[in-house]
Design a protein around this ligand. Structure first.
Ligand SMILES: NC(=O)C1=CN([C@@H]2O[C@H](COP(=O)(O)OP(=O)(O)OC[C@H]3O[C@@H](n4cnc5c(N)ncnc54)[C@H](O)[C@@H]3O)[C@@H](O)[C@H]2O)[C@@H](O)CC1
Ligand SMILES: Nc1ncnc2c1ncn2[C@@H]1O[C@H](COP(=O)(O)OP(=O)(O)O)[C@@H](O)[C@H]1O
Ligand SMILES: [K+]
Length: 499
């Protein structure tokens, strides 16, 4: 249940249904209690430090007022910066205000410059945000940028769109929280686009609402339960043919490195045999990875092989011919980089792709995705889930829309958001490695959906391991990923065996 991600429309329905069976104010009191408990946990043994509580005009502000009253009752020095707006508050929020007023909470109406806080609680706006944060609200959010203490956002960091993870407005601003406690179900916007930077660590509190009251979520956070069953120990009586052939098709003149990175990704993710089918005259061998076999792409037989097409492939007539041949083949296919751009520009290639029956996984970054959809990258980024769904529907393929909080979509509209990975991956070639890992999993018999979900998760987890070891995020290179991927994979298999 905690993996499920709900839209604002779904959350409103959950909220209404829950409301009907409870005394007025119950949900807000529960939200306030969950928030103050988390705040006390974050303060730890620094409970003597003052806490600033930002309370906005709506029910998110009501949650904040409940939390402030609870903290004051617990002996914490809690100060509320109250920005109630012009509309009347809801009955619950008005009650929360009265409660906070009656207690020992302090009140201010602007951020005192230079004040130091042990914790800030952001209850300006939640899922009711209607427009960019401006005026006094904006001033407060700007003021928070210089405050050095944990910031706990209630429900959603104020200014962030809970559905998309985009900061609202062309020149928008949103609170950058270190932690978010989110109510009645997790939200996609906390995990993709700007979401990861603004939400920090996310905790979900269902406010006592049981899973029977929840609608079916079409989005969820990706994670091991979705594919852990695939991690089985290798049998002894196997050979290289048991683990599939992967061929990377790419490497036009001057771009020979890209398919080699994909090939290493495939090799370290367990493919039995790995080829680079190069468009340009292939090198004899790769001295640092002599296991990779090089062939000329035009003469290469695709039959019985999993293909990763696109890395460093260019847009020559030969590239287009090879792509058409790959699309028409029965081989499982990962389509990356230049191959995506070629498909975006050709209705003929688009229809060949849509007619395939063997698995196809597309791995666009936002600009490649924009070319596929005939829009700008900014529009793709403004709603990554919708863009990925649209691409999957149009191409009849599994789509991995890369970037912070990679979105994986399939044609029936189901989406996953990947929680692993970090900005160390923002370096040339890391996408090539991802395509190779995905190819290796397809070659080992995984479905497109499982391969896409697991490849993305493992790729991100490998990067997280490297950061833990001090190898990044700054200066992490794509070439360092494959060995880390191998470690992650073997650990997963070992963990699965010991369960
Ligand atoms: N209604 C319920 O049953 C519950 C609601 N909860 C909280 O209530 C929140 C939703 O409450 P609301 O629907 O009142 O929405 P919000 O509290 O997010 O904000 C809506 C209010 O802010 C104003 N507003 C929106 N954008 C603005 C902007 N950019 N500048 C200035 N004013 C702006 C609106 O006119 C409205 O008055 C949730 O996020 C959650 O925190 C929780 O207490 C749980 C239960
Ligand atoms: N800031 C980031 N946080 C998490 N993952 C990232 C970030 N930046 C890039 N990535 C990941 O790194 C990879 C980059 O792929 P891509 O843009 O195709 O690069 P290239 O074509 O150079 O290999 C993708 O898997 C993407 O999701
Ligand atoms: K908030």
């Amino acid at each position: 249940m905690e993996r499920h991600l709900y839209t604002v429309a779904q959350l409103r329905a959950i909220e209404q249904a829950a409301y009907a069976g409870l005394a007025p104010g119950t949900l807000m009191q529960r939200a306030g209690k969950a928030a103050s408990d988390f705040a006390l946990e974050l303060l730890g043994d620094r409970r003597d430090r003052p806490v600033l509580v930002l309370a906005g005009p709506g029910n998110n502000g009501g949650d904040a007022l409940e939390a402030a009253a609870n903290l004051a009752d617990a002996g914490v020095d809690a100060t509320v910066l109250h920005l109630p707006g012009r509309r009347d508050a809801s009955t619950e929020t008005a009650a929360a205000y009265e409660r906070a007023r009656a207690g020992s909470v302090g009140w201010i109406d602007m951020l005192p410059p230079g004040a130091e806080w042990g914790l800030v609680i952001d209850g300006l706006f939640g899922i009711g945000l209607e427009r960019p944060v401006d005026g006094d609200y904006r001033e407060v959010v700007v003021g928070l940028e210089t405050i050095r203490c944990p910031i706990l956002a209630l429900d959603v960091p104020s200014g962030l769109d809970a559905d998309t993870g985009a900061v609202i407005g062309p020149d928008g601003i949103a609170v950058r929280a270190t932690h978010t406690i989110t109510f009645l179900g997790d939200k996609p916007g906390l995990h993709t686009a700007d979401g990861r930077d603004h939400a920090g660590q996310v905790r979900v509190d269902m406010l006592g609402v049981g899973s029977e009251a929840l609608p079916r979520a079409t989005a969820q956070l990706s994670g091991l339960p979705l594919f852990a069953g695939r991690f089985t120990a290798r049998r002894h009586n196997t050979h290289k043919g048991s683990f599939g052939d992967v061929a990377i098709i790419g490497g036009a003149h001057g771009m020979a490195g890209a398919p080699v990175l994909s090939a290493r990704g495939a090799l370290y993710a367990g493919a039995g045999r790995v080829y680079v089918a190069a468009l340009n005259t292939p090198p004899g061998y790769d001295s640092s990875q002599p296991e990779i076999m090089f062939r000329a792409a035009e003469d290469f037989d695709f039959f019985g092989r999993t293909l990763v097409i696109g890395p460093g492939m260019g847009d020559s007539a030969s590239a287009i011919r090879l792509l058409a041949r790959a699309l028409d083949s029965d081989s499982p296919l990962v389509i990356d980089a230049d191959a995506l751009n070629l498909i975006g520009a050709s209705p003929d290639l688009q229809s060949r792709l849509a007619q395939r029956t063997a698995p196809a996984v597309l791995t666009p970054h936002p600009l490649e995705g924009a070319r596929l959809l005939g829009m700008t990258a900014a529009v793709v980024q403004s709603d990554r889930l919708e863009a990925a769904r649209e691409m999957a529907l149009r191409t009849n393929a599994t789509v991995i829309l890369k970037g912070s909080g990679t979105v994986i979509a399939r044609p029936d509209g189901e989406v996953l958001i990947n929680p692993t990975g970090n900005a160390g991956l923002a370096t040339a070639g890391s996408g090539d490695v991802l395509a190779g890992i995905c190819g290796a999993l397809l070659a080992q018999g995984w479905t497109g959906w499982e391969a896409a979900a697991a490849a993305t998760w493992i790729h991100g987890a490998a990067a997280d391991t490297l950061v833990d070891e001090g190898v990044g995020p700054i200066g992490m290179t794509a070439g360092e990923l494959p060995a880390a991927v191998r470690k992650v994979l073997n650990r997963l298999v070992k963990d699965a065996a010991s369960r």
